[in-house]
Design a protein around this ligand. Structure first.
Ligand code: NAP
Ligand code: ZN
Length: 349
């Protein structure tokens, strides 16, 4: 069926209204009426072809929440009316070592919610800046938050899992001093989740204006990362740092904050590389540099349930779809507290 969507026709063009077709649900498919979709910085990187290989038209959006409107004949886990979410993954091979471990995010054939290969027209996947999506039930998540929180749940589908997964992998918990670098969509969820896991959380930000808000999000301390004196006071004291910054920057001042055996995991995905860390900054204290990509489907469900039990949602600013181009400009200036979410009803206008 034909539905309304918003997307870009080229890397130098703004997003605009367009139509697209969704497949009729197959035996294992769930059809979802999208209620809200979060706006991730990855959407902007992809639309503007800052990463290689953007296919046009590009309809971004991988923080999707809504209600099931139809299910295929073999779907057992969902029924019409259920509140559900779709994150960054809509398909994978289903049988490799990674898929068997529930780590579909690391499957070589993982299909992203947008810009991934699909037999459906136009030959690549089109995401959540649209009225409806059809997804194999294996990649559909159940939402247990109250419906009133639905819009603020949307960002959990990417910003939530992308920060939850490394915090779990590196076993963050009580007694750990954890830094979160960059307090944007991902970073603000990183603070909330690390705090909920019992860590001592330090927000590392370039924005003095975020100091009070970062404390309200659950940070125990705030450090202005441009302030060398402030940074020096924390030298060699962190167990783990989660770096969410969307642009290339000098990583060395953050390595100097890590204790012996500390790790900094990068989740920010800038278009051009960071200047390399100085080797001595790693070897002198056996420090590690790591990376992490979203999270698998079982862990995404675990994260959603963890957040539902504790009442954790994102801090959002709701927008209409026709405000999306302005929202991108504001996101580039760091002018969002802390995630834009599209009210998908505005697509009908
Ligand atoms: P965002 O909302 O724009 O937040 C990024 C934050 O980084 C900013 O708020 C800012 O925080 C800080 N920053 C400092 N210098 C910056 C600069 N020159 N340009 C931009 N930001 C700067 O972005 P997001 O949605 O959280 O995404 C962050 C990055 O993670 C993006 O590159 C995105 O593509 C990537 N990502 C990766 C994964 C993954 O699986 N690894 C998943 C989702 C997104 P302060 O004001 O506090 O300094
Ligand atoms: Zn994302």
């Amino acid at each position: 069926m034909t539905i309304k969507a918003y997307g870009a026709q080229a890397s130098d063009k703004p997003l605009q209204a367009m139509t697209l077709t969704r497949r009729t649900p197959g035996a294992h498919d769930v059809q979802i009426e999208i209620a809200y979709c979060g706006v991730c910085h990855s959407d902007l990187h992809q639309v503007r072809s800052e990463w290689a290989g953007t296919l046009y038209p590009c309809v971004p959006g991988h923080e999707i929440v809504g209600r099931v409107s139809a299910v295929g004949t073999h779907v057992s886990g969902f029924k019409a009316g259920d509140l559900v979410g779709v994150g960054c993954i809509v398909d994978s091979c289903g049988h490799c070592e990674e898929c068997a471990a529930g780590l579909e995010n690391y499957c070589d054939q993982m299909v992203g919610t947008y810009n991934g290969p699909t037999p459906d027209a136009p030959g690549h996947t089109l995401g959540g800046y649209s009225q409806r999506i059809v997804v194999n039930e294996r990649y559909v998540l159940r939402i247990r938050h109250p419906q009133a929180q639905l819009a603020a749940v949307a960002p959990l589908l990417c910003a939530g899992i992308t920060t939850y997964s490394p915090l779990r992998h590196w076993k963050v918990g009580p007694g750990h001093k954890v830094g979160v670098v960059g307090i944007g969509g991902l970073g603000h969820m990183g603070i909330k989740l690390a705090h909920a896991m019992g860590a001592h959380v330090v927000a590392l930000t370039t924005s003095e204006s975020k100091r009070t808000a970062a404390l309200a999000l659950g940070a125990d301390e705030v450090v202005i990362s441009r302030d060398t004196h402030d940074m020096a006071a924390h030298a060699g004291s962190f167990n783990f740092i989660l770096n969410t910054v969307a642009a290339p920057h000098d990583l060395d001042p953050f390595f100097e904050l890590l204790k012996r055996d500390g790790t900094m995991a990068l989740v920010g995905a800038p278009a051009t590389p960071h200047p390399s860390p100085q080797v001595f900054n790693l070897i002198m204290k056996r420090r590690s540099l790591a990376g992490s990509l979203i999270g698998g489907i079982p862990e995404t469900q675990e994260m959603l349930d963890f957040c539902a039990e504790r009442g954790i949602v994102a801090d959002i600013e709701m927008i209409r779809i026709d405000q999306i181009n302005q929202a991108y400009e504001r996101m580039l200036k760091g002018d969002v507290k802390y995630r834009f979410v599209i009210d998908s009803a505005s697509l009908a206008a």
